[in-house]
Design a protein around this ligand. Structure first.
Ligand code: AMP
Length: 470
């Protein structure tokens, strides 16, 4: 299968060749013909599968065949849960559409609204938006949807998790009934199916990867450790194992801040990225990480959601996620496109429930590796315990503030009582401390490539908050 045999127009084939893609990914093979045919689509695909090109390429093909957008009108609306993902998708739209005469723009909260209103004035063929800012712009008569041809909901599961359902409903009310609808989601819960049922008409379903699977190229293990010693263990591992570029996940924004600070005190250059940070601070952190100036990026799940990170060598779960599926998303940041990666979890006795949920989901046991001098005082169970019938999802973050969407809204860390499992405490493997840990930041490994909503040259797209011709 080639991109050309999928029937895509020549300018799109050229753009794909520029990107260096040789063959379509599985989701692209399946989704592109459906979108080209004008059908509604329900796709199970997560970040890293090539889903963005899966919907963007055929949409651009169809848009190029029709009439250009009228002033203030939008022909295709792509909704994303986070600003980072919006910027990332907008960048892909610009890249894939570079040889077409179409206009696109990206709008999200946290930045000035006026340039966005200006960009919409001439009309755009593709608008990538987060829900809150889109509603603000609609409320100010900056957008008209009368000629909307297609609606895309990207990462619909995350939109529901972030409490965007009411905004989505309000948006749906102002869209014309006759349109194509595409819905992408990493998981298909009953809630997502209900949402899809109200939006999609006779959709065709495609799946990129078996749900909840992890890439075989990712080596996964865990270090049992006491909660209070996690920061010290992380510093130790980064130093002694010479990890050059590490994405670390914490459950809470405060946890992310605290950890970045602590690592900084240990002489490891770190930055935190979450919803309380300004857009500028987030962009700087990402750019620094990309350039190898920041060795450790500490992120909350939602803030990390839109990051397109290729061949990242190490992902660390400083805390296990509340929702087991997030473990799969997190470690999907490494081991992409056949590259090998390592996913390491630091697990304390408080997290037995989360550990069991993860192990049941991925259907394997994480190897326990004890690190010398970091052995926990409370042992973790070695055998999986009986898991709850269904992994519980966290409470939704219903927003009561302005409609500006906030990325990085994570469930707060609960005050869970410490319930150490004590069925078996046999360590599976012991990691010895090296004779002497090397000092200072470890070098960036060669060949790691990160693109984080930045252009191929590393510049930030001028279209991220303004308009532009594709
Ligand atoms: P996505 O899942 O859309 O976030 O894409 C993940 C990464 O895969 C991005 O860096 C894309 O540039 C890359 N990608 C998309 N399609 C292909 C392809 N057919 N071949 C190689 N890389 C691709």
């Amino acid at each position: 299968m080639t991109f050309s045999s999928l029937g895509l127009a020549e300018p799109l084939l050229r753009a794909v060749a520029d990107k260096g893609y040789s063959v379509p990914s599985p989701i692209q093979e399946k989704a592109i013909p459906v979108v080209l045919s004008g059908h509604d689509l329900m796709a199970a695909a997560q970040t890293g599968t090539g889903k963005t090109a899966g919907f963007t390429l055929p949409l651009l093909h169809r848009l190029a065949e029709g009439k250009p957008a009228r002033p203030n009108h939008v022909r295709t609306l792509i909704l994303t849960p986070t600003r980072e993902l919006a910027a990332q998708v907008g960048e892909s739209v610009s890249d894939y559409g570079r040889y077409l005469n179409l206009r696109s723009t990206v709008v999200f909260g946290g930045v000035k609204i006026n340039p966005q209103m200006m960009a919409l004035r001439k009309g755009v063929d593709v608008l990538v938006a987060t829900p809150g800012r889109l509603l603000d712009l609609y409320g100010q008569n900056a957008i008209k949807f009368d000629h909307l041809e297609c609606l895309v909901l990207d990462e619909a599961d995350r939109m529901l998790d972030m409490g965007f359902i009411h905004d989505i409903r309000r948006i749906l009310k102002v869209l014309p009934a006759k349109r194509q609808n595409l819905l992408f989601s990493a998981t298909f819960s009953d809630e997502i199916r209900r949402l899809a049922g109200g939006i999609l008409q006779n959709p065709q379903s495609v799946t990129a990867t078996p749900p909840n699977s992890t890439a075989p190229t990712v080596e996964q293990w865990m270090h049992p450790v006491d909660k209070s010693r996690k920061p010290a263990l992380l510093s130790h591992l980064i130093r002694s194992e010479q990890w050059g570029q590490v994405l670390v996940f914490t459950r809470t924004k405060h946890g992310a801040n605290r950890l970045a600070e602590k690592l900084g005190k240990d002489g490891i250059l770190s930055m935190a990225i979450h919803g309380n940070k300004s857009q500028g601070a987030r962009t700087r952190a990402l750019a620094g990480f990309k350039a190898g100036e920041v060795q450790v990026l500490v992120a909350t799940d939602i803030a990390a959601r839109g990051l397109d990170i290729d061949q990242l060598p190490h992902v660390v779960n400083f805390d296990l996620p509340n929702v087991a599926e997030d473990y799969v998303h997190r470690i999907g940041r490494t081991g992409r496109a056949g590259a090998t990666g390592k996913a390491i979890s630091l697990v304390c006795a408080d997290e037995v429930k989360e550990l069991i949920a993860v192990e049941r989901l991925i259907q394997r046991k994480l190897e326990r590796q004890l690190v010398d001098t970091f052995e926990p005082s409370q042992a973790l169970p070695d055998k999986p315990l009986k898991a709850p019938a269904k992994p519980s999802r966290p409470k939704k973050n219903h927003r009561h503030d302005s409609r500006t969407p906030r990325a990085g809204e994570t469930p707060r860390e609960g005050n869970r009582a410490s319930k150490p499992g004590n069925r078996s405490s046999k360590p599976v493997k012991r990691v010895s401390q090296p004779a002497k840990a090397p000092q200072g930041a470890a070098p960036k490994p060669a060949g790691s490539k990160i693109s984080l909503g930045l252009g191929r040259s590393g510049r930030r797209s001028s279209r991220q908050s303004g308009g532009g011709s594709l």
